[in-house]
Design a binder for this molecule. Sequence first.
Ligand code: SAH
Length: 343
Amino acid sequence: MATELSKKNILDFTPPELEDIVAELGEKKFRAAQIFGWLAKGIECFDDMKNVPAGLRSRLSEVYYIGLPEVVRKQESRDGTVKCLFEFEDGAQVESVFMKYEYGNSICISSQVGCRMGCTFCASTMDGLDRSLTGGEMLGQVLAMRNLTGEDIGHVVVMGMGEPFDNYEGLSRFIRLIHDRKGYDLGLRNITVSTCGLVQKIREFAVDFPQVNLAVSLHAPNQELRRRTMPIAGKYNYDELMKACREYTGLTGRRITFEYAVIDGVNDNPECARELASKLKGWLTHVNLIPLNEVKGREYKTAKGKNVAEFKRILESNGVAVTVRRTLGSDIDAACGQLRRNK
Ligand code: SAH
């Protein structure tokens, strides 16, 4: 694979950019759409591009490679969940998870190798950030997972390793690539991006991608508690974050999902639920309670079922829409970032 390092990942390029590339090679621009279409099918070598002239295929392969990640480890759950440790050309490894839901198949992809946000309950951030992924590497996870499972994937959540808004460039390129009609053609509403709360980027995102779903990791009902588990709260305080979220719903007319990992003895008591309800009341939101995945090397424990149920009841009785995340793949290394660390 080392030989590929001097080459560029062709999955990174949009159709207009591919037009320039083929034009430089002395070919007609319409070849770009053909190439882009083949790439979205998940082909692994240029010679699979059947309607592209052999000469062009070979010239492309001298400068570019098709950057589908390799499967390093794979775990399959009885419920159909498939978790993969993928490796890119430079040896960087990330996790992706394929999940089956009633509404269809979904993939959770990573946006960075590691993470520098430092949330104290999360496994992905324990070794810091290695690097961000490119848009093509994010797309590569979807294509490689589809090849591996042989299943259609109609929903993408950017909720794996990394902070997508700390890699806004890679993220926005990924969304453009996977949404493009000539390629994978995924609807914007079938994409969800989860952030720990980078306020400036929430504003940018509302303008750039108003149709893409936004989830915000809240995990606490107030600044003091949030700051204990999420260092980002030191940069953007609770009120600033809430303000940006309100602007987001105002501008896009779309509901925000707030993620709330319920941690035993930390943020799972009824007062927390009441305080959270008072902040969200009368607002177009949805709370997703996530029973904490216990991470080796972190002291936090998952909240007791009865406390989660009571938390949910309090939110509901205040008119706040809430669900408890279904635990998929509980018989495999569930928490994000764990597979990479357990190697
Ligand atoms: N950086 C982004 C997306 C990655 S994490 C973000 O913070 O939103 C996806 C979700 O899983 C986030 O809500 C994150 O806080 C949560 N999470 C991380 N570690 C967890 C754990 N051990 N148990 C439950 N949820 C966790």
